[in-house]
Design a protein around this ligand. Structure first.
Ligand code: GLU
Ligand code: ZN
Length: 492
């Protein structure tokens, strides 16, 4: 597909943090515009005044930027088609609704909640589709004047034409058709005067000259209604791309039950934006080759609408972890260190405002963790003992490596020799170990494993000599002595 002058929009409702699924559609909007040379609009859909907040708007913007998704027009940067916050566009919606009322394409409905409920019950009983009764469809101006004089509240409904079909050619799914008889005379303005989402959304897409609406398939049922609204108003109808839904591992819609679902949570857990974007792109698109790792720029170059798919994707935490492990090794180490500094502070491994010394230690630890650091959690998993005392020894390790008097003899010898060592760095440390192997006639594992366990409380971690070098002489000796005392008390 070759397209020109594409205008896409990402239209989040600021009622919560940026959900993974929304980040996915944001990415595809961005890709569609950036790949084909076009404009990205950010439109904040905050008509739900009770649930929308400026804080969420700011957080969503922050998460999008973190992912590397940018836009050309939006509430934060203005543009020709603003304002870009729907709460600031009420007059526009009212004007268009007035036009619909005038031309008879919308009507006031004075039905009370009780009346609507009663009608619904009848439909249910008679096993009919639950659609509006049509009671207020053809009220005369006199009827209306009377009801208005009584101060009766009303909603405004769209007069959906009968016996028509609305067809749309979704660029991902092909032709989708709807029967207008099933669409109902749907509400467009609530009784409190607030326009409903699909009205504002449709009008704004036209006024902002959006050419391609890329959004989740959960919006498919809104689309024919929006097409009807725009047609009734003589407004343009954009092309639609309904992206596949994202499911949890149990095949139900991805939600909080499945763990982290907001981009912010993934940030906090220490995933890199490179990994998240790489992951997101593969939910709904496929480069049709074997490549697994893509930067955002590479995705943009490879992206095509034809490569998009309609089959749902299943969120796979392991896969994200796998991509993250890759990107952790690709990105600048300085960035990884900065992330780990923040993480260590949040976890209380350092002070909340880490000192220069603590930062230095984090950097050294990152250095020796190497590719063990697949995500931030691993920093705690493999390296917390650099920052806090060892108060337990891994049970499995104790069983295998703390063997009473034998181990005590080895660790005591090591302690003695370390005390005499001046250059406490990798090579001299290694020499000390080899000398002990010869002198005590033991195997490497009889000293390496107990030493690691004594120093870290763990059975796995960074290379032993690197680890000792970073810990320093004093701490190593203190921990060896602590372990010897512990073995004496518990294992002999
Ligand atoms: N505000 C809507 C949402 O967040 C936008 C839907 C759309 O992209 O049209 O679901
Ligand atoms: Zn009515």
């Amino acid at each position: 597909m070759e397209l020109k002058n594409v205008r896409t929009r990402f239209a989040p409702s600021p009622t919560g943090m940026l959900h993974f699924g929304n980040a996915n559609t944001a990415l595809f909007n961005w890709l569609t515009a950036r790949r084909y040379g076009g404009t990205v609009v950010l439109r904040v859909e905050d008509t739900d005044t009770e649930r929308s907040t400026k804080e969420f708007e700011d957080k969503i913007i922050d998460d999008l930027r973190w992912l590397g998704i940018d836009w050309d027009e939006g509430p934060d940067r203005g543009g020709e088609f603003g304002p870009y916050r729907q709460s600031e566009r009420t007059d526009i919606y009212n004007e268009y609704v007035a036009r619909l009322l005038e031309s008879g394409k919308a009507f006031r409905c004075y039905c009370t909640k009780d009346e609507l409920d009663a009608h619904r019950d009848v439909c249910r009983k008679e096993k009919r589709a639950i659609v509006y009764s049509g009671k207020c469809r053809d009220l005369t101006p006199d009827d209306r004047a009377k009801l208005d004089a009584e101060g009766k509240p009303y909603t405004i409904r769209f007069r959906t034409p009968k016996d028509e079909r609305v067809a749309l050619d979704d660029l991902i799914r092909g032709r989708i058709e709807f029967d207008t008889n099933e669409l109902d005379d749907f509400i467009i303005i609530r009784s409190n005067g607030v326009p409903i989402f699909l009205l504002c959304n449709a009008i704004d897409d036209a006024l902002m000259k959006i050419t391609h609406v890329v959004r989740g398939e959960d919006h498919i049922s809104n689309t024919p209604k929006q097409v009807l609204i725009n047609r009734a108003l003589g407004l343009d109808v954009p092309a639609f791309l309904h992206t596949p839904i994202i499911l949890g591992p149990d095949k139900s819609k991805l939600s909080k039950r499945h763990g982290a679902v907001s981009v912010y949570q993934f940030r906090e857990e220490g995933y890199l934006p490179e990994a998240v974007v790489n992951y997101l792109a593969f939910m709904g698109w496929n480069p049709k080759d074997e490549t697994e790792f893509f930067s955002l720029d590479e995705i943009r170059e490879k992206f095509t609408i034809e490569g998009m798919s309609k089959s749902p994707s299943i969120f796979d935490h392991n896969r994200l972890g796998y991509l993250n492990a890759h990107w952790m090794q690709q990105v600048d180490r300085g960035r990884v260190v900065e992330m780990c500094i923040g993480f260590a502070a949040r976890k209380g491994l350092t002070g909340a405002e880490p000192t220069a010394g603590e930062k230095e230690l984090v950097a050294e630890v990152v250095g020796i963790l190497g590719d063990r650091l697949k995500k931030l959690d691993d920093f705690e998993e493999y390296a917390d003992f650099f920052f806090k005392e060892v108060d337990t020894y891994a049970e499995k390790g104790v069983r295998k490596h703390f063997k009473g008097e034998d181990t005590i003899r080895v660790l005591e010898e090591l302690t003695k020799r370390l005390a005499d060592l001046d250059d406490f760095s990798h090579d001299p440390l290694e020499k000390v170990f080899y000398a002990i192997l010869d002198d005590l006639e033991i195997k490497g594992k009889q000293i390496i494993h107990p030493t690691r366990l004594a120093l870290s409380g763990k059975t796995v971690g960074p290379g032993l000599f690197e680890m000792m070098e970073v810990m320093g002489k004093e701490k190593c000796i203190a921990r060896l002595e602590q372990a010897i005392a512990w073995i004496r008390e518990n294992k002999t």
